[in-house]
Design a protein around this ligand. Structure first.
Ligand code: NAD
Length: 357
């Protein structure tokens, strides 16, 4: 296995390999960039086929966190951790505590949180080894479930996208929501309150029926959502849903949703632009949860968090305008702005709520 020549190694400040035989712990912590502050990112537990896959995953994800935090105007850098193992079989309190100790050795350069294969409850054990943890349950001094805050950011992003592309508000518009879990359900509530009509889909048919009853939404089959008659598409399930198969079927004017990695490939961003479908870059629009958990470090202020999350709308408007001026896809415009903030130097250049002109 190679490390420095791994494609995603690009510019990582520090990569730490952890081994603790007493508790069967094998893990990697990747600190990508701390220009703007400590590197924050979740700790994933997954039965990787081999060490190289684990390394690739942690490097790719930690780099993504750098741009997400920078785009969100946070004084945070990007990092991530992976534990190699099956969360259903290999996870023990001792292993989690040892992971906490390993994180603590980095002295706060890396701050951990829940991710795939780890739960909020697991972090009660991790916290015995380190205080550099966010996303804890309220009874442990955390901010609880971040999903409603993620949904709020997505809502502000949809409002911004609709204003930019259609020059109007949401009343009477139709929004197609894919995935009705923690983010999707909260988003449906906000959209209906704003006067939008809903078309929804979920692979869990019972959940879709519940949402239909609650919000008077039209339910369609999971595959039919891509061709739904709707002004806005809000993907809130899984990634890569804008791809060679789905894109030709889409007649939406705006795509703005909470799912991570919505574009299967970068070139789909350009294809969306060519088809005049306005795309709200995922790592900008879905940062509400990150903003919320990050606030735990400064003392959680719900009103302050809501203001920061509202600023996602303004930030997206700036991205849309840059994309219009330069003809770059919105995803590329968002990367450019995040990169500018990173190369602008230090966090003192940013205010707590970065207002975007
Ligand atoms: P969740 O697991 O609560 O909900 C996902 C829902 O999508 C489930 O109801 C599932 O049945 C449904 N689903 C899965 N495949 C589907 C398909 N093919 N078609 C339709 N529905 C499908 O997850 P969540 O916390 O609501 O997160 C949703 C997305 O947002 C994920 O991509 C997640 O990575 C991303 N995200 C979430 C947060 C957060 O705060 N929860 C923050 C940032 C990004």
């Amino acid at each position: 296995m190679t490390v420095f020549s791994t494609e995603s190694f690009a510019d990582h400040e520090q990569v730490v390999f952890i081994s603790d035989d007493r508790v069967q712990l094998r893990a990697i912590i990747a600190v990508h960039d701390t220009t703007l502050g400590s590197a924050l990112g979740g700790c994933r537990m997954y039965p990787y086929a081999d060490e190289a896959s684990a390394l690739r995953d942690v490097l790719r994800l930690s780099r993504g966190m750098t741009f997400k935090a920078a785009a969100a105007g946070l004084r945070l850098g990007g990092g991530k951790a992976v534990i190699i193992g099956d969360p259903h079989k290999d996870k023990t309190p001792e292993l989690l505590r040892a992971m906490g100790v390993a994180i603590d050795r980095l002295g706060g350069r890396y701050i951990t949180a829940e991710d795939v294969g780890t739960t909020v409850a697991d972090f009660a054990w991790v916290r015995e080894g380190t205080r550099h943890v966010v996303g804890l349950p309220e009874e442990l001094g955390g901010t609880g479930d971040p999903s409603p805050t993620t949904a709020l950011g997505v809502y502000h992003g949809i409002v911004a996208g609709v204003a930019h592309r259609l020059d109007r508000d949401l009343r009477g518009l139709t929004v197609a929501v894919q995935g009705l879990g923690n983010v999707g359900w909260s988003l449906c509530r906000l959209l209906v309150d704003a006067g939008a009509r809903l078309v929804v889909s979920d692979i869990d048919a019972a959940l879709a029926r519940k949402v239909s009853a609650e919000f008077d939404a039209q339910v369609v089959d999971p595959d039919a959502i891509y061709a739904a008659q709707a002004d806005v598409f809000a993907p809130c399930a899984m990634g890569a849903i804008v791809n060679d198969q789905t894109l030709p079927r889409m007649k939406f004017r705006v795509i703005a949703g909470g799912a991570n990695n919505q574009l299967a490939r970068d070139e789909h961003g350009k294809q969306l632009r060519d088809r005049e479908i306005l795309y709200a870059p995922d790592f900008v629009i879905n940062a509400g949860g990150l903003i919320r958990v990050a606030s735990e470090r400064d003392g959680f202020d719900p009103a302050g968090v809501d203001l920061q999350v509202e600023a996602i709308g303004a930030r997206l408007r700036r991205i849309f305008e840059l994309s219009d001026r330069t003809s770059a896809p919105t995803q590329a415009a968002a990367m450019q702005l995040a990169q500018e903030r990173l190369s602008g130097g230090n966090a003192s250049n940013s205010t707590r709520v970065e207002r975007v002109a």
